[in-house]
Design a protein around this ligand. Structure first.
Ligand SMILES: Cc1ncc(COP(=O)(O)O)c(C=O)c1O
Length: 257
């Protein structure tokens, strides 16, 4: 599969245009609408709308991987948040609050191609697993009940948290970037804005490791890599956030020393 995959830089619409011009038989463009697998990287203004426009003009299906962003950014995922409709969407564990599940959905004319109705074979041992599906139904019902308060609360908490963290690192004179949106954030130790894989890769991973280890010692467990993302959850209280900020304060001190 990787032999037949072309990689295009995120937030670089010219790169996509050139790739489409050079390759006439592109089967689809797949992208996380907000990147959460090279740290957190936000789409620049017009990137997603240009992506939609160009794929449509060239008759190339656009696939949003909403495994991370689905239900986290909005009940309808990043596509609802940005008002951009892909042709296909993939989702996974966020759909079922952590239970094993994955799902694909999209335009009828593409979905009709899949078996058993269509010619494209697909099968899975766990497709339709009753426990996962029950968890997904319960999660969707809960989100629908809470949605009017849930997303604004998470955004408010994240704004407070990420702004406080940003101020803390600035006061300590530590070169850094904080990318945040909805219930997700990440800090990078670099003085350059992080907008794609190159800029994420060039952030100081050793400093991140130092920060991670101090956080862990203080009882705060985040993913041990700057290429991951930190999530806020509805279960977090203001007290949790304050404790976490105290731990980040010590962790940033360890980065500085
Ligand atoms: C954006 C994204 N896509 C796909 C996957 C793979 O999901 P799964 O492990 O359910 O195949 C992940 C895993 O975390 C992910 O973050």
């Amino acid at each position: 599969v990787s032999k037949n995959t072309l990689v295009v830089q995120y937030n670089n619409i010219e790169d996509l245009q050139k790739t489409i011009q050079k390759n006439k038989d592109i089967a689809g463009v797949i992208v996380e609408p907000i990147l959460a697998n090279m740290g957190l990287i936000l789409p620049e203004k017009n990137f997603l709308s240009d992506l939609r426009k160009i794929t449509k003009e060239n008759n190339i299906p656009l696939i949003f991987d909403e495994v991370v962003t689905g239900f986290r950014v909005a009940p309808g995922g990043a596509q609802q948040h940005f008002g951009i409709k892909p042709d296909l969407t993939t989702m996974a564990k966020a759909l079922s609050n952590g239970f094993t599940i994955s799902a694909v959905g999209g335009k009828k004319e593409i979905m009709d191609l899949l078996s058993p109705g269509g010619k494209v074979y697909q099968a899975s041992t766990f497709a339709g697993n009753p426990i996962s599906v029950s968890a997904a139904i319960a999660s969707i019902k809960t989100i629908n009940k809470l949605k009017n308060k849930l997303y604004s609360k998470l955004e408010r908490f994240n704004l407070l948290f990420s702004t406080a963290l940003d101020d803390m690192a600035t006061d300590m004179g530590i070169p850094h970037q904080i990318n945040f949106t909805a219930s997700m954030f990440q800090i990078f130790f670099t003085n350059k804005p992080v907008t794609n894989y190159e800029t994420s890769k060039n952030a100081n991973a050793k400093k991140f490791q130092k920060m991670f280890k101090t956080l862990l010692k203080k009882g705060v467990f985040i993913a041990p890599s700057q290429f991951e993302v930190v999530f806020l959850s509805d279960a977090h209280t203001e007290n949790d956030l304050n404790k976490t900020l105290d731990a980040y304060h010590l962790a940033l001190k360890s980065v500085k020393n």
